[in-house]
Design a protein around this ligand. Sequence first.
Ligand code: HEM
Length: 205
Amino acid sequence: MPPLGAQKAVLFVLLGLPLGLLGWDVWGELAEPGSTLGPDPQEAMLHRLGTWGLRFLLLTLAVSPLARLLRRPELVRLRRQVGLWAFAYVLAHFTVYLTLLAGLDPTVLLGDVYKRPYITVGLGALLALVPLAVTSTRGWQRRLGRRWKALHRLIHPAAIAAWIHLLWLSKASYQDAIVYGLVLAALFGERIAFALRRRAAKAAR
Ligand code: HEM
């Protein structure tokens, strides 16, 4: 296996790629309107950032199960970076909404939070991720001790809220919501099975 630093560098490039490609398309769109982002560039940006945010959120949740499945506990050391990228995409998704759709008008945001449940639940997911991003450093991990792990379990309700957000906003087709929902259910299922196995092993000792 390559050293951890190299693994992290490759991961950084891979996870940043969708953002880079989007930046490239925005550049193309500015140079020639209608050329790269379709008829509604704002929607296209919003959708691409939201989709990658959700995918990387699920990938963050998949790191531990993958490490267990592949018997490579060191993979867990890459989880922080995946989580931070997920947060960056979601934050960019929200920023596009706030600037291009809501026109930086807080009353539009508040109106949407009140009228559109999928916005309310999406905002809930984003807010739940904020303390996780802030306390993701080693310093915070040391300072919070056991509470750090408990706090970082917030990723579970955040992922569920993000999925409900997608389910609620789906109009023409539920295909994406079903696929992401099945992935989420599989990830939670693995966690529950692991916790039960661990408890049984403890009881047997
Ligand atoms: C963890 C947080 C979030 C995740 C993972 C997420 C993810 C997504 C995804 C996957 C989509 C659908 C993309 C598609 O169909 O191609 C979407 C759409 C959208 N999201 Fe989010 N989102 C989050 C938070 C938010 C927040 C905080 C807001 C605004 C306050 C927001 C506003 C929207 C809007 C306006 C749409 C488009 C709805 C439509 O097409 O009618 N999202 N989001």
